[in-house]
Design a protein around this ligand. Structure first.
Ligand SMILES: Cc1cc2nc3c(=O)[nH]c(=O)nc-3n(C[C@H](O)[C@H](O)[C@H](O)COP(=O)(O)OP(=O)(O)OC[C@H]3O[C@@H](n4cnc5c(N)ncnc54)[C@H](O)[C@@H]3O)c2cc1C
Length: 448
């Protein structure tokens, strides 16, 4: 049985290695150097297109925990990163050429891996894992789009920040859905303090002065410039807040910050402006800032969004961003092994599935390969436990969503994991990390 892996980036390199190590023959098709994306510059596999950091290596930080899990699973990509690390404090940063050369050599020398340097323009027969990444386009992009049914492939992401529920200040924020005059407390409505109104949304009210200061800060804030190959095409529905703020002082107040249909229970009046937050997960441990997609630099987001009453001490689980990014609406189009529902021999991994970042893409390459190995052997492979970062990412990609939910890429963060039982708040992340390690060990032991 020969399996095709398309794309030798973070996900494809890991997937090809895992399949080969499990005893399967693999053809890894990589278009470099015959064709180069606008971001890739070398013929090497495992090329990091931008930063040389794989983020925190603190085992209790989300990215550090994910790397620890990947090490425990025998990730080849992380092993190469460890081998080529450069001093970077708590982060795992790598010497990028040494790192990519190590990945290229390991794959090239593996007796079960054949590397073909050509651009694939159609989906081959037989089992295939497509890992062509955020810049997938051209003929293959069109084929994938057609398989998905036309409108389930996105070419830009417009991501709003996510904050941890426990960091919201309920002296200011209140729960209420727009026009929701007589809503009643609902089961599971325990995300806030309970006496600040009810409803699905959390609202952070601003006075006129606070609103004007906020708009001024957004206008003056430092923004991330688009890459050369990114033409900023914004749809009205996902316009960055800074573009709206530039259009005029009232634009945000008539857009995502409109207060209409809301009443602050403390004043009994409609606020001048409001930032609305919508639940990000079923656990209600994280909320996203509705309509707050932005190109503000991350430290600026922290500084400026903490001006919003209720978010003064917000912990940002994810920052907002807008960039060129091809990904598919995985929850609606892929099955639980990341296979195309319409063509189950075709699987996806990496950024295309709606995860964001080098290590997240690598992680999904590993998971998809393991699931495929089990299927081809006629055995079963339980997905990674939801309490682990691997499991959190897996569920992000595969869990069914409500039709109105706009699916978007995510980095690892603690908002992806189920909350701990009980109300104890101290050392929450450390305790969640301990739980993740225990669950991962049990999962790996069951795998044998
Ligand atoms: C400009 C830019 C900057 C980024 N910066 C960062 C960052 O600093 N940190 C971070 O964590 N993430 C960053 N990302 C996201 C990053 O791309 C992903 O996190 C990660 O590289 C995705 O892994 P992947 O395996 O899905 O795709 P990639 O690593 O991009 O690999 C895809 C591979 O598929 C090959 N390919 C594409 N089409 C075909 C085809 N038709 N036939 C054959 N081969 C093909 C490509 O040549 C490439 O080698 C950035 C993305 C972009 C676009």
């Amino acid at each position: 049985m020969r399996i095709t892996v398309v794309g030798g980036g973070m996900a494809g390199s890991e997937a090809a290695w895992q399949l080969a190590e499990a005893g399967f023959d693999v053809t890894l098709v990589e278009m470099k150097p015959c064709a180069m994306s606008p971001a890739h510059q070398t013929p090497l596999l495992g090329e990091l297109v931008c930063s040389n950091s794989l983020r925190s290596d603190d085992p209790d930080a989300p990215a550090g925990l994910l790397k620890q899990e990947l090490r425990a699973c025998g990730s080849m990509v992380i092993a190469c990163a460890d081998q080529h690390r450069v001093p970077a404090g708590q982060a795992l940063a790598v010497e990028r050429f040494g790192f990519a050369r190590a990945i290229t050599e390991r794959l090239a020398l593996h007796p079960r891996i054949r590397i073909e340097r050509r651009r694939l323009d159609e989906l081959p027969d037989g089992p295939v894992i497509v890992c062509t990444g955020p810049l997938t386009e051209g003929a293959l992009g069109e084929v994938i789009r057609a398989e998905l049914g036309g409108d389930r492939m996105y070419f830009y992401d417009a991501i709003a920040p996510i904050v941890a529920t426990e960091s919201i200040d309920w002296d200011f924020a209140f729960k209420q859905s727009r026009w929701d005059k007589d809503s009643k407390p609902q089961p599971g409505d325990e995300g806030g303090s309970g006496d600040v109104g009810v409803g699905d949304y959390v609202n952070c009210p601003l006075t006129k002065i606070q609103y004007e200061e906020f708009v001024a800060a957004v206008n003056a804030g430092r923004k991330v410039l688009p890459h050369e190959f990114e033409e900023p095409r914004y749809f009205e529905s996902c316009m960055p807040i800074e573009v709206m703020a530039e259009r005029g002082p009232e634009t945000l107040r008539f857009g995502p910050m409109r207060p209409i249909g809301l009443r602050d229970p403390r004043t009994g009046h409609r606020p001048w402006a409001v930032v609305q937050l919508r639940p990000e997960n079923k656990y209600l441990t994280a909320y996203n800032l509705v309509g707050f997609q932005t190109r503000l630099a991350y430290p600026e987001q922290q500084r400026i969004f903490q001006m919003i009453p209720g978010l003064q001490k917000a912990e940002f689980l994810r920052y907002g961003s807008i960039h060129r990014n091809t990904y598919i609406d995985a929850p609606s189009r892929l099955g639980t092994s990341f296979e195309l529902r319409s063509r189950p021999n075709v699987r996806f991994a990496g950024l295309l599935t709606g995860v964001e970042g080098y290590i997240e893409s690598c992680a999904m390459g590993l998971v998809v390969a393991w699931l495929l190995v089990a299927e081809l052997r006629g055995t079963t492979q339980a997905p990674p436990p939801p309490e682990t970062m691997l499991g959190g990412l897996y569920l992000h990609v595969t869990a069914p969503r409500e039709p109105k939910y706009k699916y978007g890429p995510t980095n690892v963060n603690y908002g992806l994991l189920p909350p701990l039982p009980g109300s104890r708040k101290d050392n929450r992340k450390q305790r969640m990390a301990v739980r993740a390690r225990e669950q991962l060990a049990t999962w790996l032991a069951a795998r044998g």
